[in-house]
Design a protein around this ligand. Sequence first.
Ligand SMILES: Nc1nc2c(ncn2[C@@H]2O[C@H](COP(=O)(O)OP(=O)(O)O)[C@@H](O)[C@H]2O)c(=O)[nH]1
Ligand SMILES: [Mg+2]
Length: 396
Amino acid sequence: MRHILTEFLNNKLMIKFFKRKNQKQKDQKPIDQQPAQEQSVDPSVVDSVQSNATPTVETPNEPATQVERSIEPAVEKPDVVNTVVPPELLAQGVEPHQLNQQLAKTNDNFGKKMKQIFSLKKKIDEDLFEELETMLLMADVGAAATMEVLENVRKSLKRSHLSDTDAVFDALKDQLTELAQVVEKPLIIDDSKQPFVILVVGVNGVGKTTTIAKLARKYKGMGKKVMLAAGDTFRAAAVEQLKTWGEREDIPVMAQNTGADSASVIFDAMASAKARGIDVLIADTAGRLHTQANLMQELEKISRVMRKNDATAPHETLIVIDGGTGQNAISQVREFNKANLLSGVVITKLDGTPKGGVLFNLAAEFGIPVRFIGVGEKSSDLKPFIAKDFVQAIIN
Ligand SMILES: Nc1nc2c(ncn2[C@@H]2O[C@H](COP(=O)(O)OP(=O)(O)O)[C@@H](O)[C@H]2O)c(=O)[nH]1
Ligand SMILES: [Mg+2]
């Protein structure tokens, strides 16, 4: 129902926007159209690993420092924002991060546009609200979230009896923060689960395997024993890619042949993880097109089979979406959510896109916790989602 309403509002608002655009913005630069992102697996990574045909537990002996040698060192960014990290995230070993530069492209669609609008408009009128509405729609916030945010801005201005445009700027920032806070619920690993099992789902190319490597590194860094399960048995390259990451991060990977039954790979990995006292098991899955209904059935089967080992598993089912795909990412969440499996979202590739506003769209439409955001290709480029920091980075 909400979906239909959203579509309706989207159409209505877009018609309004294009009318206005024709009238007023003939000389305005078109919004930056990003080229389609490279979504294929880096062949150099895959080629560098020997294929392993039999079920194995890979435990490379390379020291962890190998990771640092094989991955480009991160360029330290200067601190501009004072980040307040919630205690539960500090407990996860998360240090304060600087997002300004990583989210610079999304900032072009929010902070920069807002400054332009407010530098021209000195009084609060319908025209100002229409400009803001257009800005939010163009920034991938989505129709429903745009309406909700602007309605709340009007209400808060009324309540506070403020009538200068600075107050509108602040109120808009506050309302976006409030909306983002709906989905700020960090993933806490329940230590009573042995292992705590994270199932990672999503369509091909969104960054599942990379995110798994990032999570593995994070949890290992917190002193947890981590294991990976190569549940994407659909493509040979997928298994090899996960093994490569396992080697880099010195983390065991449970894998079987390409074409093996994904549910049984993950089931076996759970049994092995239990026997080896593993704290966190992270399972990869295939991501063939979400329009193929059998993928959903496959994921339901995987969850069912997992529950034969542990009735409470999976303890987290994370959908990974590519932040650069905007509305497409929303339809992917909608599709995967039909099977009612999702407990968290990871939005990747926010470093290379102006479409980070999709987070608000997601928050308003589904309210599923955004556990992490991906801001680069390195295994250290995963940040826990903190609403205030995110909004500060895109409106600074
Ligand atoms: N810039 C950027 N690239 C990413 C990020 N996450 C993943 N990627 C890249 O996206 C591509 C696909 O990732 P992969 O993990 O293989 O996707 P999968 O098919 O869902 O497993 C790879 O080239 C990754 O390096 C991110 O946060 N930022
Ligand atoms: Mg993959």
